[in-house]
Design a protein around this ligand. Sequence first.
Ligand SMILES: [Zn+2]
Ligand SMILES: [Zn+2]
Length: 426
Amino acid sequence: MFEQWLDVECACGKKHSLTTRDFFIERDAYANLPALLEKLQLGSKPLAVFDSNTYKAAHGTLEQYLPDTDALILQGDDIHADEKSIEAVAGALAGHSVILAVGAGVINDVTRYVSFKEGVPFISMPTAASVDGFVANAAVVTLNGMKRTMPAAAPVAVVADLDIIAAAPAYLAASGVGDMLSKYISIADWKVGSLIAGEYYCSLIAQMELDALALIAERIDGIAAGDPESIGKLMEGLVISGLAIQMASITRPASSFEHHFSHYLEVVPLNGKISTALHGEKVGIASLIAAKYYPLFAHRLERIFRENLPNRFSGQRIREYYSGCPDTLVESIIQENTPNISCNLDVPALEQHYSDVVEIADGLPSPDFLHDILKKVGGMTDYRELGMTPSHFRKIMKSCCYIRNRFTLLRLMSDYELFDFDMMDD
Ligand SMILES: [Zn+2]
Ligand SMILES: [Zn+2]
């Protein structure tokens, strides 16, 4: 299955290729490591990076198959992808030919950043099925106290041991499910963008995302029960979603309004505090919101060509919505939205494809369907679980679309003033 995506001369006009050359998601997956190092010519001197929990969970098994591996344990209960962790990994790197990132988000982000900087390849060895970013080629790192997305290396392979992943806390798998549900929304927005704003679109990649999602939806009862084979399908879906992003070289296939909702909460404090909820928890809740409102949003678009409505985007609007935030943040958001993406709306194309756009939005799964999936796996389903009030919610719905300059149905509602966000309750 995997070989078909390695190097593709695609009908979309692009040549897609992958840095990630192989993956193993199975019981006793680490048994594949010696042969994999040889096949990918990665040398025989790996450095394995752990935190204290993943060291406990995985070091014994790793040692069985690669006894000459040096181990670096990032110490502390609350490690971050910051200068301290980056220096620790870079400092331990001398003499090693490949890095093994054994852990979830932070370990992988630190390793992929160092891997890119130092030119030493790495293998991602996830210990929880919590996000789709394991094969990403960008890392979220905190430099000088600021969280930033930086260029980084994608792993040359993914090796995930099913027993270790299935033993991870259930809320991590629920977060992985939440992250995947977002693909219903991001693919819908991507398709709409291609129809009415001339956006690049690849149906092979879109289908990969939807197939990855189907893999998970089919196994949701098993995932909820913690069955290792089903958790393996979740992990596989997350990896395939990440590969789709790698092939597209943009996050567009996997990230839309629901990710902007999450990114907003990562930079704008709520009641004086930045949300500590997991990425997939925030994204899952926002996907549910999109499933509820997108059909309504799509129907409103008719007014743009019927009434010849103007685009009312302005920097002033961003200043109002983000008042109270540090000036540097506000200015960077204005910069991000210059030139404003919704200017790409092709009004005659909207008129021509209006019924297709409505069909795409109406074709999204119902909010009840997504709610049931999230409930089954014990995930969060309501923004109130994030500590938000209805007034926070209305504020976020109005302003989160400016966190990234990306074409979404929500963005059109804001820029063309087609929706009264102050009337929303949930
Ligand atoms: Zn393509
Ligand atoms: Zn995500």
